[in-house]
Design a protein around this ligand. Structure first.
Ligand code: FCB
Length: 439
């Protein structure tokens, strides 16, 4: 008994030191997806309701017209294994796990546990997102509900206590996916739920997301097992470049960088909320952070850069795509921006995991080159000592691209709804070669 206790104590020492030495872990190569976009059979949520309103989804498609990850997860993990991946990012649908406030569905938790065990059997290290844009239908007003931080914390605590322990043993946790994008699309652009167009409400929503992250991480760090877990967010980061050498364009680029990139990152890392944009009143609050740091690593979603020019009308900036080649949905493909992003994010001094990077490309005309070019920029950053710990491509199989519906094809594989079969595009093999070449 005594020897067993000693071995257990040594075991926990070893895992604590592995944790501290994160950069020596094997580089994570894999793919990323999210519950609402891939699972099919959506449970009641703000997004499920949104997709039912005519005109909200550009091509009129529905989130259940996908391959159905909820039931067909084994197939996806087989594909990821064939790809040579050693990691897989997925998310947990809050609306499945907590279908009514305070009532947790044991069967849903057990189902996610079985998914992660199936993933692990194929040598895939799970990276799990707790909030990927979607709120349960019962959470009135979604993230603006004053109870959102506490409710999210309860949900996160249940999930992490269960899936962070054996047999699932998830180590990599993402609390929030792209919080700034969620606030901007839902509260400023108005094309995602709740469909508002209000700058002040956008700043409030950003603050509310920080409160949820900080409250959740503070609670999670107190759970038994916390020494094995790493917490991050998946931050959509964009380099903002001034259109000309004019000081006004430069100022515009600085303001946009601050609003889109840094206010959120500073908030979740330090607990200091300072949300502001020209024309809004600053939302300011200081939250205590357990252990003094809100993140163990930074997840970066990189899709491109933005070009900024000054405008005389509020909000005083015009943000545009760069003039390089575009993907199917008009986003510029700009691999150098990956390096620039990593360089900027490295200033925070934490390990970086590329949690998303991908391209809408139905004909698979650009994807292989896109992956090679972006990975080359990651190699360049790593060669300079930037601690990048993995690359997760968005995505393995075509799925539901939010307000754009099914039209954009981000998958290494396509899926035929009529024949119920996957067919992988040539870039699948090309990504496989990239992974092999780095092993
Ligand atoms: C990101 C989202 C992800 C997916 C990709 C294309 O902004 O995090 O869910 O939609 O874009």
């Amino acid at each position: 008994m005594k020897t067993a206790a000693l071995l257990a104590a040594l075991g926990s020492l070893v895992s604590a030191s592995t944790f501290a030495a994160a950069p020596t872990d094997p580089f994570l190569w894999g793919v990323a997806n999210a519950a609402f976009q891939t699972e099919g059979e959506p449970a009641p949520s703000d997004w499920a309701a949104w997709t039912k309103v005519s005109g909200r989804i550009a091509d009129g498609s529905k989130p259940d017209q996908v391959f159905g990850f909820w039931k067909n997860y084994e197939k996806e993990f087989d594909l990821a294994h064939d790809l040579g991946a050693n990691a897989f990012r997925m998310s947990i649908a809050w609306e499945r796990v907590e279908p009514e406030p305070g009532k947790f569905d044991e069967a849903a938790l057990a189902h996610y546990e079985a998914m992660i065990v199936a993933m692990r059997k194929r040598g895939l290290d799970p990276v799990v997102t707790l909030h990927h844009f979607v709120n349960p239908a019962w959470l009135k007003d979604g993230i603006s509900n004053p109870e959102f931080p506490a409710r999210f914390t309860d949900f996160a605590t249940r999930v992490v206590a269960r899936l962070g322990a054996a047999p699932a043993k998830v180590r990599w946790w993402i609390t929030l996916n792209e919080p700034t994008v969620l606030a901007k699309s839902g509260y400023l652009d108005g094309d995602w739920p709740p469909g508002k167009q209000d700058l002040q409400a956008t700043c409030e929503a950003m603050a509310q997301l920080v409160r949820a992250h900080v409250r959740a991480v503070n609670a999670l760090r107190k759970l038994p097992g916390a020494a094995d877990w790493r917490f991050g967010i998946a931050k959509h980061w964009r380099p903002f470049e001034a259109k000309t050498f004019s000081p006004l364009d430069w100022l515009g680029a600085k303001i946009t960088d601050h609003f889109f990139n840094r206010e959120m990152m500073d908030g979740v890392l330090t607990g200091k909320i300072r949300m502001w944009a020209p024309g809004a009143k600053k939302v300011k609050e200081d939250l205590p952070i357990e252990g003094g740091r809100g993140l163990d690593f930074i997840g970066v979603n990189y899709y491109g850069r933005s070009i900024v020019s000054f405008s005389t009308k509020s909000p005083f900036v015009i943000v545009a795509e760069g003039d390089g080649p575009k993907n199917d949905i008009g986003w510029e493909m700009h691999a150098e921006g990956m390096y620039e992003t990593l360089r900027q994010v490295a200033e925070y001094g934490l390990p970086i995991l590329v949690t998303e990077n991908g391209v809408a490309d139905a004909n698979d005309a650009y994807r292989a080159g896109f992956i090679r070019d972006h990975v080359a920029e990651i190699d360049r950053a790593r060669a300079e000592g930037i601690p990048v710990t993995g690359y997760l491509h968005w995505t393995l199989t075509d799925n539901f691209e939010w307000a754009k519906g099914l039209a954009p094809k981000f998958g290494l594989c396509a899926y035929s709804l009529t024949e119920k079969t996957h067919s992988c595009r040539p870039s699948f093999q090309e990504y496989r070669k990239v992974i092999q070449a780095h092993r």
